[in-house]
Design a protein around this ligand. Structure first.
Ligand SMILES: C[S@@+](CC[C@H](N)C(=O)[O-])C[C@H]1O[C@@H](n2cnc3c(N)ncnc32)[C@H](O)[C@@H]1O
Length: 257
C-alpha cells in the first residue's frame, strides 16, 4: 500500500477524517502530563500534534515508514522524537511509554499481532495501548461510498473490508492475540462536511492509499465512469460524510522476565 505521497495530499484525502477522529480517541484515552506517549503510524500527525499540545514535545514520540510523512511531521512538531520505521520493529526500549496509540494503521501492518505486541512491549506494565481502524467491513468507512460505486462498475474492486481489524470484533481479537490485557472495544463516529461533490471527489485522484492505487489502475473512460457513479450516489451538494471506526483500548501486561 502506497503512502509515499505528499503530506498535503494525505491531509486532503484522509486528514479531514483523521483529525476529528483523533479528538475522539484522545477523549477516550485522556492523556495527561507527565505521561509519555508514542504515536505508531503517525502519518502527518493527526494524533501526534494534539498529543504534543497536551503532553509537550519532550513527552511524545512518533514513527512511520513513509519518508515524506516523517519529514512533514518533523517540521510540524519540532522537538518530537520522530522515527522512520514500522510498528513491527519499534526502535524503542521496553516500557518507556505510558501510552502507545495507533490511529488507522493496524489494517496496513504486514503483521498486526506483532505490531500490537511491540506497542505493548514499549509501554510500561499497566499503561495503555489503543488503536482505531475504520469499519470497512460494515461499509461505514469514509470511503464506503467510493468503494460501493467502484463495486457497481467492477465486482472485483477490493474494498478494504478484508484488511486486519476492519470488520466487527477483529481489532479486539488482534489485541488479545498480541497478549494485551483488559481489552475494551467501542466505536467512534465522525461527521465531516464537504462543500460540493467536486471537492469531495478531487482527493480520490491524489494517489493516496488503496483507493489511490485503485484509481491509478483505471484508464480515463473508466475513471470518468467511476466519478459519475460516485456523483449519482452522493447527490448534489454540500453534504456530510459520517464515518465510524472501531476503537480498542487495552492494558499493557507485566513484562516477561
Ligand atoms: C491511514 S494512515 C494513518 C496516519 C495517521 N495515524 C492518521 O491518523 O492520520 C496509515 C499510516 O500507516 C503507516 N503504515 C503503514 N504500514 C505501517 C506499519 N507496518 N507500521 C507503522 N505504520 C505503518 C502509513 O505510512 C500511514 O502513515
Amino acid at each position: 500500500v502506497t503512502f509515499d505521497v505528499a503530506a498535503d495530499a494525505y491531509q486532503r484525502f484522509m486528514g479531514r477524517y483523521a483529525d476529528p477522529l483523533a479528538q475522539l480517541v484522545l477523549g477516550e484515552v485522556r492523556p495527561h502530563p507527565p505521561q509519555r506517549a508514542l504515536d505508531v503510524g503517525a502519518g502527518p500527525g493527526a494524533l501526534t500534534a494534539p498529543l504534543v499540545a497536551i503532553l509537550g514535545a519532550d513527552a511524545v514520540a512518533a514513527i512511520d515508514p513513509s519518508a515524506s510523512f516523517v519529514d512533514a511531521l518533523r517540521e510540524r512538531v519540532p522537538g518530537v522524537d520522530v522515527r522512520l520505521g514500522r510498528a513491527e520493529d519499534l526502535p524503542f526500549p521496553d516500557g518507556g511509554f505510558d501510552l502507545a496509540l495507533s490511529q488507522l494503521v493496524v489494517h496496513f501492518m504486514s503483521d498486526p499481532v506483532r505490531g500490537l505486541a511491540e506497542m505493548a512491549r514499549v509501554t510500561r506494565p499497566g499503561g495503555i495501548v489503543a488503536a482505531t481502524a475504520w469499519d470497512f467491513g460494515g461499509d461505514r468507512s469514509p470511503l464506503a461510498l467510493f468503494w460501493s460505486a467502484a463495486r457497481d462498475l467492477d465486482p472485483n474492486a477490493g474494498d478494504e473490508s478484508e484488511l486486519p481489524g476492519a470488520r466487527a470484533g477483529h481489532l479486539a481479537e488482534l489485541f488479545t492475540a498480541a497478549g494485551l490485557h483488559d481489552v475494551r472495544s467501542g466505536e467512534l463516529t465522525v461527521a465531516v462536511p464537504y462543500d460540493d461533490p467536486d471537492t469531495w471527489w478531487q482527493p480520490y485522484t491524489l494517489g493516496v492509499g488503496p483507493v489511490g492505487e485503485y484509481v491509478a489502475t483505471l484508464d480515463e473512460p473508466r475513471r470518468e465512469a467511476l466519478r459519475a457513479r460516485c456523483m449519482e450516489l452522493l447527490g448534489p451538494g454540500p453534504g456530510v460524510i459520517e464515518a465510524t471506526a472501531w476503537f480498542v483500548m487495552a492494558t499493557s501486561p507485566p513484562q516477561p522476565r
